[in-house]
Design a protein around this ligand. Structure first.
Ligand SMILES: NC(=O)c1ccc[n+]([C@@H]2O[C@H](COP(=O)([O-])OP(=O)(O)OC[C@H]3O[C@@H](n4cnc5c(N)ncnc54)[C@H](OP(=O)(O)O)[C@@H]3O)[C@@H](O)[C@H]2O)c1
Length: 292
């Protein structure tokens, strides 16, 4: 298949480049960082440069578009003018959806677990209440709305917190935890925020599986099987790598005065599993990642 990946230089995008290029013809887009895009058929432009977007669709004519490009982090979004965040995360998403419509391409849009109301209990389903509390999360939700309004041939993935090693320039919080523990430095980790963490490698593998299925018009929670805090994640690193667990200090979001106190956006992934897509357990993913 012909697949156009936006945000190909990002944490997830670079893993998609590696995974999808094995069996598909890909075109991958980057903006300020090249990441591994130079190893593939790639194109550099700002995602809200509509002329280049349009000509890219015309020349490449993708069958599938995986739209990951975004201002992808709440703290980063807060440092930018709100209209810039809106333009990149909402307007550009709408335009990409319109181009997919025109060119008969399926759009896979990576939304976020942070669109959910984080105080409403555990293992949220796709129908659970949505209350995005940051500008970032709000624009991801608005992106979802634009996709649904614009074309039926789409899949929206509510992506869980990713863990793993970023390729090239990209870095995840997981990597920071790993480096601190490896170098025997103390690290403070939230013990009261729960997510359905998923490894970057698993995300790319599961997206590659998903595009082979006859699925359209679906909203899917896209996470791992376990509900864990960052403190649990740190403990899992220590278990697999034999690092000293006493280096981890559990802290509450209140104590470190976190800007966005999201208590629990762990997700129920039954819908994903019904499609035959089964994420590896946290233990197996961690083993795969850390015992290379
Ligand atoms: N990582 C997570 O834990 C997580 C969790 C939930 C949802 N998500 C969603 O998954 C997607 C990918 O996340 P990620 O962690 O891979 O993000 P990332 O590492 O921050 O990468 C973001 C990508 O978007 C591109 N980008 C940003 N602004 C752009 C602009 N104005 N024009 C063109 N490209 C632009 C970046 O390009 P350059 O770097 O080349 O500038 C990069 O390729 C995002 O939509 C995010 O909301 C991620």
């Amino acid at each position: 298949m012909k697949i156009f990946i936006t945000g190909g230089s990002g944490l997830i995008g670079q893993y998609l480049n590696v995974g999808l290029s094995k069996s598909h013809e890909i075109l991958t887009q980057y903006y300020k960082h090249i990441g591994n895009c130079g190893d593939y058929n790639s194109v550099q432009f700002a995602i809200n440069d509509y002329k280049t977007l349009e000509s890219t669709f015309k020349t490449f004519n993708p069958e599938i578009v995986i739209h990951t490009a975004a201002i992808s982090n709440a703290e980063r979004a807060d440092k930018l003018p709100a209209d810039e965040v809106y333009d990149v995360n909402v307007n550009a998403t709408k335009y990409i959806a319109e181009l997919c419509n025109t060119h008969n391409a399926k759009l896979i849009y990576t939304s976020s677990d942070l669109v959910y109301a984080g105080y409403r209990g555990s293992y949220l389903t796709e129908e659970s209440k949505l209350i995005p509390i940051s500008l970032y999360a709000e624009t991801k939700l608005m992106g979802e709305v634009k996709v649904r309004e614009t074309l039926t041939n789409h899949i929206i993935l509510r992506v869980a917190l990713q863990f793993g090693f970023g390729l090239n320039h990209s870095r995840s919080h997981f990597q920071f935890i790993y480096d601190e523990l490896k170098n025997e430095r103390k690290v403070k980790l939230f013990s009261d925020q729960y997510r359905s963490v998923l490894s970057l490698k698993e995300s790319a593998r599961m997206i590659a599986e998903l595009i082979t299925k006859d699925v359209s018009g679906e909203m899917l929670n896209f996470g791992g099987t376990e509900r864990v805090s960052r403190y649990d994640l740190g403990k899992e690193i220590c278990r697999v790598c034999n690092f000293d667990e006493s280096l981890i200090e559990p802290v509450t979001m209140e104590r470190v005065n976190a800007t966005y106190k999201v208590a629990d956006v762990s997700m129920n992934i039954d819908k994903l599993k019904k499609l035959g897509i089964e994420p590896k357990s946290l233990g197996d993913s961690m083993q795969e990642l850390l015992t290379r």
